[in-house]
Design a protein. Structure first.
Length: 216
């Protein structure tokens, strides 16, 4: 039997901790091991609990910071980190992403995105909400605009979704195959189309054929 995903929540705001705990505790497959209000409590939890996923907000002066993430990475390198933050400073977000966190959501994300992000993070995968992907694309295009004519590389999850779209599956069917929400599939599809600068499913199918993702 598959063991539930064990989680530690690190956030100085009690409403956020209570909200996340309530959201995840009422679902099968998730187990909250504990909470942390500051760095001291966090490292005590990580040492004793060894969670599958650490959910944290680094943008909380005197409690958690970017340095907290670096310390987690150094002391507990096997910990999968999901950031859920209200930070809108792009440079700070880029710095956090470069620190090696697995996933990043904003505090405006909905329930399905949070649950999907936790599931992906527990597997060691990456999961970014639309706003964070937009920031990454903006940075990428600003840095390398017109310098590289090769196709924008897709993540393994995105390649999987393109393959299923090319096979004729609709969003709900893809969601069932991948055990994700339909909303998440639509979000992935939107991001794929943006990455590849495409506007229609026919273009996406042609891309899949040209890149060997489906049989001709």
């Amino acid at each position: 039997m598959k063991h539930p995903i064990s989680i530690v929540i690190a956030d100085s705001q009690v409403l956020v901790r209570v909200g996340l705990k309530h959201l995840l505790s009422e679902q099968k497959g998730y187990r909250i091991l504990g909470e942390a209000r500051n760095e001291k409590e966090l490292f005590q939890r990580l040492q004793s609990d060894r969670p599958d996923v650490l959910i944290m907000d680094y943008d909380q002066p005197d409690n958690f910071s970017h340095q907290t993430i670096e310390s987690v990475r150094k002391k507990h390198p096997d910990t999968n980190i999901l950031i859920i933050s209200g930070d809108d400073n792009k440079n700070a977000i880029y710095q956090v992403l470069e620190s090696g966190v697995n996933s990043f959501l904003t505090k405006t994300c909905d329930e399905d995105e949070i649950k999907d992000a936790v599931a992906a993070t527990a597997k060691g995968e990456k999961f970014y909400c639309t706003r964070i992907i937009d920031y990454l694309l903006e940075k990428s295009f600003a840095k390398e605009e017109e310098e590289d004519c090769s196709p924008t590389p897709l993540s393994p999850r995105e390649v999987e979704i393109v393959r299923l779209i090319a096979q004729g599956l609709i969003a709900k069917e893809i969601a069932d195959v991948l055990s994700l929400s339909t909303h998440t599939i639509y979000t992935h599809r939107k991001n794929i189309m943006k990455k590849l600068n495409m506007n229609s499913s026919s273009e996406l199918i042609l891309y899949a054929l040209n890149n060997g993702l489906v049989g001709n």
